[in-house]
Design a protein around this ligand. Structure first.
Ligand SMILES: [Zn+2]
Ligand SMILES: [Zn+2]
Length: 441
């Protein structure tokens, strides 16, 4: 399998002398398998030059699969400039996560309305198809591809491509689920020792991969002021990859404020940390034009996704119960979820919540941790001993970011654990992911 980086920058394209080495174009990676399957992952501004490269090879017609992790600008801005779209006879299949605001087609067409762009999407002569993906295993261009949600304030999928005896995993944009990575009662450096279920799932998704391409937009020093924006630090990416037994880690989605000198310094620090982890992990900062040919080193273990029941989230009106003893917070969350077309009811304390759950059988409970009287942990514990609610998804909201509280939440049986303060897009993405995995349809 061959991998080539056409765009390594996050957020906004930053061409110029200061970014010449690592590159100024936004996210775009080309993957080619030995039998000629052609995948493009993300369609940031890097896709423009990739398109030129494809067309200069003179192959006609061109047939490609584009996998979009999510539809933030830096992952779709190259799409209107993707040359093969303008040639009759070419075929372009676009894949991306379901459950965002509007369909994949609507979102891509939106950035090509006449206000923004001279040619509308419907005028493009190539045969374009749209495929909305859920978590799980897909076959795209004859290649086995696993998809799993990332932690980002938009519905975002990471992709694991398995072909030619190797696995590459693309994970942008993603933020740690928890500030604390390890359980206090376990030896750090192993997947089983990861505190938050979300981070553990993330590490399992990359387990044994030959190449992981991971968001590493920030340094640990920068992260506290950027929390909630949906990006990782290089040390998180290194520690997770090492725990997951990854062979090689490419750090990407470089911050637009980081020049070549700064990114090179990140690379130096990441390599030092990888050496300290002691797993033989090779790490580098991805740069535009970087091309890798991956050969199998060991027998590939195909990824097996968790066995939860997937529910289609796009066309189903889910019922959500919101439980919080702070009226302002309750109104804020309920309003945000109503805007997302959920059928929302509310409760202000634990006993009332249990009564309403028994009466209404909601698809999901958004539950405050700290409440007077019966707290969120006690509510969850009560739900888990009853057969009707033992698998009801519970998204716990809390200001308690410490390790013992997080561990207590998961021990009680919460499905996901989201710490305050959070943004509305963060909340709605996590609600959607919970429902997609566990919601009854
Ligand atoms: Zn991005
Ligand atoms: Zn993003």
């Amino acid at each position: 399998m061959r991998v080539r980086f056409w765009g390594t920058r996050g957020s906004i394209a930053t061409p110029g002398p200061d970014t010449n080495h690592f590159g100024g174009n936004t996210s775009c990676v080309e993957v080619t398998t030995d039998n000629g399957a052609h995948l493009i992952i993300d369609c940031g501004t890097g896709a423009h030059r990739l398109a030129g490269h494809l067309m200069s090879r003179g192959e006609e017609p061109i047939s490609v699969n584009i996998l979009i992790g999510h539809t933030h600008w830096d992952h779709i801005q190259g799409f209107p400039f993707f040359g093969p779209l303008f040639v009759p006879g070419n075929s372009v299949a676009i894949h991306g996560p379901e459950g965002g605001h509007g369909s994949l087609h609507e979102v891509l067409a939106g950035q090509m309305e006449f206000t923004y762009f001279p040619v509308e999407l419907s005028q493009l002569p190539a045969a374009i198809t749209y495929h909305e993906l859920s978590e799980g295993i897909h076959t795209i261009g004859g290649v086995r591809i696993a998809a799993q949600y990332l932690n980002h304030p938009a519905m975002t999928l990471g992709y694991r491509v398995e072909a030619d005896g190797v696995a590459i995993v693309y994970l942008a944009d993603h933020e740690p689920f928890s500030d604390e990575l390890w359980r206090a009662d376990a030896e750090p450096g192993h997947i089983a020792s990861i505190l938050h279920d979300g981070d553990r799932r993330h590490a399992s998704f990359m387990a044994g991969a030959d190449l992981v391409i991971h968001d590493a937009q920030y340094t640990p020093e920068e992260y506290p002021t950027k929390k909630g924006w949906g990006h990782s630090t290089y040390d998180y990416a290194v520690r997770m990859s090492a725990a997951a037994g990854v062979r090689c880690l490419a750090l990407t989605h470089h911050d637009p404020d980081h020049n070549d000198h700064f990114v090179a310094e990140i690379e130096r620090k990441a390599r030092t940390l990888a050496t300290q982890c002691g797993t033989g992990l090779d790490v580098f900062c991805a740069y535009e034009g970087c091309e890798l040919a991956l050969e199998p080193l060991t027998t590939l273990t195909p990824f097996v996704p968790p066995t939860w029941a997937h529910a289609p989230v796009s066309h189903h009106r889910f019922r959500v119960l919101v439980v919080d003893d702070h009226p302002d917070m309750l109104a804020l969350i309920a309003g945000a979820l109503q805007d997302e077309q959920y059928i929302v009811s509310t409760a202000t304390n634990g006993p009332e919540a249990l009564r309403m759950i028994a009466e209404q059988a909601p698809d999901l409970v958004v539950l405050d941790y700290k409440m007077a009287g019966m707290d969120g942990i006690a509510v969850t514990t009560a739900l888990r001993v009853m057969p009707e609610t033992e698998s009801l998804p519970v998204l716990m909201l809390t200001t308690n970011t410490d390790e013992p509280s997080t561990r207590a939440g998961f021990a009680a049986g919460v499905t996901d654990y989201l710490t305050k303060p959070f943004s509305i897009p963060q909340l709605t993405s996590r609600v959607r992911a919970c429902l997609a995995r566990h919601g009854s349809s």
